[in-house]
Design a binder for this molecule. Sequence first.
Ligand SMILES: *Cc1c(COP(=O)(O)O)cnc(C)c1O
Length: 380
Amino acid sequence: MKNQLSDIINFIKTLYADDYIPLHRPVFKGNEKQYLVDCIDSNFVSTAGIQVEEFEKDVALFTGSKYAVAVVNGTAALQISLQLAGVEHDEEVITQAVSFIATCNAISYLGARPVFVDVDLDTMGMSPGALDSFLRKNSIIRNGRTYNKTTGKRFAACCPMHTFGTPCRIREIVEICNNYGIPVVEDAAESLGSFVENQHVGTLGKLSAVSFNGNKIITTGGGGMILTEDQALATRAKHLTTTAKVPHPFMFVHDEVGYNFRLPSLNASVGRAQMEKLDEIIRIKKFIHDKYSNFFKDAKWNFFTAPDNVTSNYWLNVLFLESAAERDAFLKQSNSDGVMTRPLWGLLSNQAMFQDCQRDDLSNSQWLESHLVNIPSSVP
Ligand SMILES: *Cc1c(COP(=O)(O)O)cnc(C)c1O
C-alpha cells in the first residue's frame, strides 16, 4: 500500500527522468520547423495564403466537424461562438464554476453574465442533473424564449466545458437545452482528441471553441478554432473574425464592427505539423494515464479515470487527495522538489468579478476545488 506523498513524487520522477518536470510541455518532433521556414519563405506570414485554410481543413477532418474557423486564441473562439449563438448585452449564460477564467471572460466581453450550475464528480464537467433541476426551478418560458425567473434576464446560451480533456455529459446537456430553446456552446479548449462514443466533442453543440495555447494537447504558440456544423454560422464566424470586410479585390467596405481575430499563417503552419502528430500524441497520453492508473491501483488516493462510454485525451491527469490540508502539503512538497503540480483553478463563482452572479448548489465543484491536483502529463 502506497500512502506517503513522497511515493507519488518518486513515481513521477521515474516516469519523467528530468531535473524539472513541468505540468505539460509542448512537443515539436515533426515538421514544425520546416513548415515555419516554408511559411517565411513564402512571404505569406500573416492571414493571407493557404496555411490557415489548410490547418482548418486538418482540424475539420480530424474532428469530423463540417466547418472549422481558425482564430488567434481559444478565448476569441469562445467569444465569437457565444456571439453567434445569439448572446447579447445584459443576458445570461449558464456555465460551470469549474473552468479556466477564459470561459467567463468571453461571456463578459459580450456584456452578458454567467450563472453557475454544478459539475458531476465522475466527469468534472457540467452536470445534466444539476442543469435540469436548475432550469425547472428558475426558468420561465415566454414566446419560445427562456428567462431567469429571479433576474428576468434571458438564458441566451449554455456553455459546458470538457474538463482536462474528459468529455462532460454533452448529449444530455444538449437534449435538456433543446427543450428550453437554449443554444449550447461547448468550451472544448482542452479536449481536442476526446470523443463521446465515436463523436468528437465540440461537434454536439451549436458551436464550440478549441484552444492551441502552448500548454494544450497541440499548440500553435497561440491559437484557437471555432467548430460548427452550420454553414451560415461558419461563414459569419469567418466574416466577423476578419474585420467584417465585404469581399472585393481592392475596395475596403465593412458591413459591421468586426474583429482582427484571424490566426496568422506562421501559427497555422506550426499547427499543420502538430496535427500530423496528434494521433501519436493521444496514444502516448493514454499510455501515461495507464501508467499512473496502474501505480495508484494499490495506493490510498483516487486517481481520475474517465467514464467507460467516452474517450478522454487525458490532457492533464487528475489526482484526488484526502483533504485540503493533504493537498496543500502535496503541492508544496512536489513543487519544491522540481515536480510541477497544480490545484484546480479557483472556482469562477468566487472570482471578484463574478461573486454576485447567481449560482446553484455547487457542492461537487467545491469538493473538487479542495481535493484535486493536476500532475505532470507531458508526452515524454
Ligand atoms: C485554455 C482555455 C481557454 C482559452 O484558450 P486560450 O487559447 O488560452 O485563449 C478557454 N477555456 C478553457 C477551459 C481553457 O482551458
